[in-house]
Design a protein around this ligand. Sequence first.
Ligand SMILES: C[S@@+](CC[C@H](N)C(=O)[O-])C[C@H]1O[C@@H](n2cnc3c(N)ncnc32)[C@H](O)[C@@H]1O
Length: 206
Amino acid sequence: MVKRSKSSDRWLQRQRKDYFVRRAQDGGQISRAHFKLEQIDQRFRLVKPHQRVLELGAAPGGWTHYLEGKLQGGLLIAVDPLPITASQDIYLIEGLAGDVQVDEEINTILDGQQLDLVLSDMAPNISGVRTVDQARAMDLADLSLESCHRWLKTGGAMTIKAFQGEGLDHWVGALRKQFAKVLVTKPKASRSESREVFVVAQGFRA
Ligand SMILES: C[S@@+](CC[C@H](N)C(=O)[O-])C[C@H]1O[C@@H](n2cnc3c(N)ncnc32)[C@H](O)[C@@H]1O
């Protein structure tokens, strides 16, 4: 018999009780993360048919699945070192955001075109040391912003996962100089005990 640790038992119990986990299972969504993007999109109207979208941290594919449904023939590039479940119409890049090879692949796919939207649900491997994890999360936020500077069109939008903690307020303040409208939001599908929030930035000043 496989022995589970107390923390994995707790995780399993939480998953079984979680309303959005059950909704994802019943509705055929790939992950409960699907509902986070859905709720953000319902509020901010970010995703529109025929857009060009870059999705960073896409595995296992909950957001990708949501985007596929909404883009209707747009262009979607999904990046993650882990496997992403998606249809054949999506450009899947297996690798880390910010790697030279990944950037080259994105350049090749875009072929000089610009993006309408940059999304990131990237999360660092959690070490348990709060300051270390927060610094890693802020590095990922920087990577998303770099992608905007490379490929996002003027007027485009970005939404990224971030964690409440040191550096975030300052980072958001700096973002306000680069986007016309910036808001920090926590969708209902994001667990209340988690420090996770989403930064939604619209009206990029390229
Ligand atoms: C919370 S999960 C994403 C869930 C996904 N949005 C969904 O809906 O299924 C976070 C992901 O970020 C990825 N990740 C972390 N660092 C990354 C990086 N530098 N580049 C790309 N993906 C990264 C992890 O591999 C992990 O799959």
